[in-house]
Ligand binder design. Structure first.
Ligand code: NAD
Ligand code: UDP
Length: 319
């Protein structure tokens, strides 16, 4: 499938983060000119170090809560801390990043006529009572809990995207991303995949929250990025929202046991209290993405974990 990126100018906010760095890499491969904007709150220059000498790559230190003036054809708005410990570190700033960031990037899209994709999240479904989650489900979010800065920030960003779409006919694409993992995740971001792998490789106890029966669905990063690029390239009036994720569903105990087996670690599993508002279950219904994009995840959890374990092993060996 041609994505028509030849010489297109594409802005990636949050481009020095986990997903953003993979997206920048992919867009450069497809022939785009990429501007990566990041304030390095959770992202790192090391994630995009290998791109710095690419003639079509430009790096800007920029905080999306402030306006940005560049000329672009497309915008992928990824800037926002994504892991619970990072987004709860400064919750007011998290909401500002989602809401002011969306307003600024939508304003930029309106001025330049750029197509704009919003990295929304399965967290808009909260602790879901509909399972698996379809795009029609409105969610079950606690608006005043510790996760609200992220969940409600992302929900308000979706509202802004759809109001710009209706009011100004802006070409928007809203993607709801379900838990995604892979190389370049931050080793200390507290997310379950990075935690379990780092703990297993360093012979620390595996921190299992609650009884470990809560479920998540894990998508390998390359699969997700393929979905992003296909959605952005889709012709016509296609605002979404579109779920992107891997429908394979695992309990956290199953994940812990799989990580222990794949790393050959003898770390013990230690139970910790379940964090407040931790969703009990999560699995995407990806029927829409399959129909519209002819897309489905190709990398099984075990293969993706092997690649991620190799990345963290290398990181530990070289630190
Ligand atoms: P990440 O923390 O690695 O990346 C986020 C990037 O945004 C970082 O580089 C960070 O420095 C940057 N950033 C944060 N605040 C900023 C600001 N005010 N201005 C400019 N840059 C800022 O996380 P990620 O996993 O790569 O997530 C990327 C996007 O995808 C986020 O919007 C996140 O909400 C969304 N998402 C990710 C997942 C997932 O499982 N990885 C799931 C759902 C949604
Ligand atoms: N979790 C866990 N141990 C950890 C980190 C997370 O058991 O060290 C659990 C957490 O309670 C949640 C699931 O793993 O049920 C996924 O957590 P994560 O923070 O990765 O993502 P999210 O809750 O945002 O889906």
């Amino acid at each position: 499938m041609s994505n028509g990126y030849d010489r297109k100018r594409v802005l990636v906010t949050g481009g020095a983060g986990f997903l953003g760095s993979h997206l920048c890499e992919r867009l450069l491969k497809d022939g785009a000119e990429v501007i990566c904007a990041d304030n390095y709150f959770t992202g790192r220059r090391a994630n995009i170090g290998h791109l710095l000498n690419h003639s079509s790559f430009e790096l800007l230190r920029h905080d999306v809560t402030f306006p940005l003036y560049v000329e672009v054809d497309q915008i992928y708005n990824l800037a926002c801390p994504a892991s619970p410990i990072h987004y709860q570190h400064d919750p007011v700033q998290t909401t500002k990043t989602s809401v002011h960031g969306a307003i600024n990037m939508l304003g930029l899209a309106k001025r330049t006529g750029a197509r704009i994709l919003q990295a929304s999240t399965s967290e808009v479904y909260g602790d879901p009572v509909v399972h698996p989650q379809t795009e029609e489900y409105w969610g079950n979010v606690n608006p005043i809990g510790p996760r609200a800065c992220y969940d409600e920030g992302k929900r308000c960003a979706e509202t802004l995207f759809f109001d710009y779409y209706r009011q100004f006919q802006l070409p928007i694409r809203v993607v709801r991303i379900f838990n995604t993992y892979g190389p370049r995740m931050h080793p200390h971001d507290g997310r379950v995949v990075s935690n379990f792998i780092m703990q297993a490789l360093t012979h620390q106890p595996i921190t299992l929250y609650g009884d470990g029966s809560q479920t998540r669905s894990f998508c390998y990063v390359d699969d997700l990025i393929e979905g992003f690029v296909r959605f952005m390239a889709l012709d016509g009036d296609e605002p979404g929202p579109l779920n992107l994720g891997n429908p394979g569903e695992f309990t956290m105990i199953e994940l812990a046991e799989l990580v222990l087996r794949l790393t050959g670690s003898r770390s013990a599993i230690l139970h910790h209290p379940l964090p407040a508002d931790d969703p009990r279950q999560r699995r995407p219904d990806i029927t829409k993405a399959a129909q519209k994009l002819d897309w489905r995840p190709l990398i099984p959890l075990e293969d993706g974990l092997e690649r991620t374990i190799a990345y963290f092993r290398h990181l530990i060996d070289n630190s």
